[in-house]
Design a protein around this ligand. Structure first.
Ligand code: NAD
Ligand code: MN
Length: 508
């Protein structure tokens, strides 16, 4: 038990500098690009980033890191490609996105394996779902590509106006490490559907899946320069993107603090900004709720992906009448449904957290919770070794003044507080600078919709948690973000409206 399987790497004979072979725990080898993908070519830079496997604590490989210079090359390539790309009809873009969806499906196992070693997420339970979702989103956005339309506006009998939705031009995309490929897809798919060219940066912890994906993007037929993929550090490469004068829009997913920095940097040329930032989502269990189901969803919503979810339901509020019973069911559910283990075991449900830094950060929050007097009802399970494992942690008897209730932890850690009335619990639920998601469990439909209306969050889940759908807009209230991804709004944020006024005979 609790032994994890390793992998090994070596240079391939093909191209000594820009591809390495990664031998997976399954015995298969994967050819992994490590260069920067600019203008349809793999190039190097002066710097490298070493990426660590969170469950072996050893380096997987190093990738080339873009500095300002390479970001500028990527922007030039994108700007140049846009001249022809903007004339490619939507139905052609659709075909490429559909082809990319098929290619993604064909490479699910390979991409999921890369994601599993780079992030530590369980391959079958978790990483595969990310890749499946990526294929689905390419398909979905392919469907939009030829349906991005404006409107005709009757002005008067001898004048009319119409609008067209045009791409913005070159968009800069910055993504985090919790869903490296999937978060990239949330931005790449709609940006391409709407006809933009892209410069995208992965997170420094998790560059591999997106680099591998570049090979599929190329196979799908996107011309050189339309999609440029760079690895790089936030302060250098990320900042070069958000402040670049020749990028028209920046879309960022990550922490609220960095989101603020990005928004500020983006102001130099008035970039359109979309931000998906942090959260501390409340989950309310009323006394009439189906407690078994509430416990299932509340476990999924904070244990899946080791709690590294921006919408994690990390603050539970349970009615006093069912408080003790719920805690018993909840503990048992987590233990039964989220066993830790080798990410390459099909039975594993909970991986390590992403890095030593996150491990230390989450561990410090757990210590803080104990110091502040929360009751630790779950958290002493033995963890595998090596690796950045955090055992599922549940604090009960929490209150609004505790740090663990206020701050985003981004690990498999959840707080439970007791409440007496709907009014009281709504006030507590809204007592946060964040507003990404909120969850309500009740059988009373009036109460469910009253709560949905009162909760200050971009998404409210009634009797579920974290079951996003690519057709439904997603984003934050308050300091959880700006703008909405997914659904039609997720396409719109990659377009700008042009209004055309047509004079049919009005004389000056
Ligand atoms: P982070 O904000 O440090 O990093 C996110 C990305 O921004 C990375 O690619 C990073 O390299 C880049 N970056 C860092 N500094 C930058 C700068 N000065 N300029 C431009 N780019 C910069 O976040 P993290 O610590 O890696 O990830 C955890 C956080 O991300 C959590 O707080 C979580 O809530 C948030 N997150 C939010 C969502 C969402 O959809 N709202 C999704 C995933 C993660
Ligand atoms: Mn990694």
């Amino acid at each position: 038990m609790h032994r994890v399987r390793h992998f090994s790497t070596g240079m391939t004979g093909l191209s000594k500098n820009l591809f390495v072979d990664i031998k997976l725990p399954t015995g298969k080898s994967i050819q992994q690009p490590i260069g920067l993908y600019i203008n349809g070519e793999w190039v190097t830079s002066e710097k490298m980033i070493e990426t660590i496997c969170p469950y072996t604590e050893t380096p997987i490989t190093s990738v080339y890191a873009a500095t300002e210079k390479e970001v500028d090359q990527a922007v030039k390539a994108a700007r140049n490609a846009f001249k022809a790309w903007k004339k490619v009809p939507g139905e052609e873009r659709a075909k490429m996105l559909f082809k990319l969806a098929r290619l993604t499906e064909e490479h699910v196992d390979e991409l999921a394996s890369i994601e599993a070693i780079d992030t530590g997420k369980p391959k079958d339970f978790n990483a595969k779902a990310d890749v499946d979702g990526t294929a689905a989103l390419m398909e979905h956005c392919g469907g939009w590509a030829d349906k991005i339309v404006g409107s005709a506006i009757p002005v008067s009998h001898n004048k009319f106006a119409y609008t067209i939705k045009e791409p913005l031009g070159v968009v800069g995309l910055i993504v985090p490490w919790n869903y490296p490929l999937s978060m990239a897809a949330w931005k790449i798919a709609p940006a391409l559907a709407a006809g933009n060219c892209i410069v995208i940066k992965s997170a420094e912890n998790t560059p591999l899946s997106l680099l591998k994906y570049a090979t599929l993007i190329e196979k799908a037929g996107f011309p050189p320069g339309v999609v440029n993929i760079v690895s790089g550090y936030g302060a250098e490469c990320g900042n070069a993107i958000s402040s670049h004068p020749n990028i028209d829009k920046v879309s960022f997913t990550g922490s609220t603090g960095v989101g603020q920095v990005v928004q500020q940097a983006a102001s130099n040329n008035l970039k359109v900004v979309t931000l998906e930032c942090g959260g501390k989502s409340p989950l309310i269990v009323f006394e009439d709720a189906d407690l078994e189901q509430a416990a299932k969803w509340a476990s999924f919503g904070v244990m899946y992906n080791s709690g590294q979810n921006c919408t994690a339901n990390s603050r539970l509020y349970v009615h006093e009448k069912v408080y003790d019973e719920f805690i018993l069911i909840y503990k048992a559910t987590i233990l039964a449904d989220y066993p830790m283990g080798d990410p390459f075991d099909a039975d594993s449900r909970l991986g390590p957290v992403i890095s030593k830094i996150q491990f230390d950060k989450v561990s410090a929050y757990i210590e803080k919770g104990k110091q502040e007097g929360a009751t630790l009802v779950l958290g002493n399970e033995s963890v595998p070794s090596p690796g950045y494992w955090i055992a599922p942690t549940v604090f009960a008897d929490c209150n609004e003044s505790m740090t663990v209730v206020k701050e985003e932890i981004f690990g498999p850690v959840v707080t439970i507080s007791k409440f007496l009335s709907q009014e009281e619990v709504l006030e507590k639920a809204n007592n946060s600078d964040y507003g990404l998601a909120a969850m309500v469990f009740t059988k009373d439909i009036a109460r469910a919709h009253q709560c949905a209306s009162e909760l200050e969050a971009g998404s409210v889940y009634i009797n579920s948690s974290n079951d996003e759908d690519i057709r439904v807009p997603f984003g934050g209230y308050k300091m959880s973000g700006v703008g909405r991804e997914l659904g039609q709004e997720g396409i719109d944020i990659y377009t700008q409206t042009k209004s055309i006024h047509v004079n049919l005979g009005v004389k000056m």
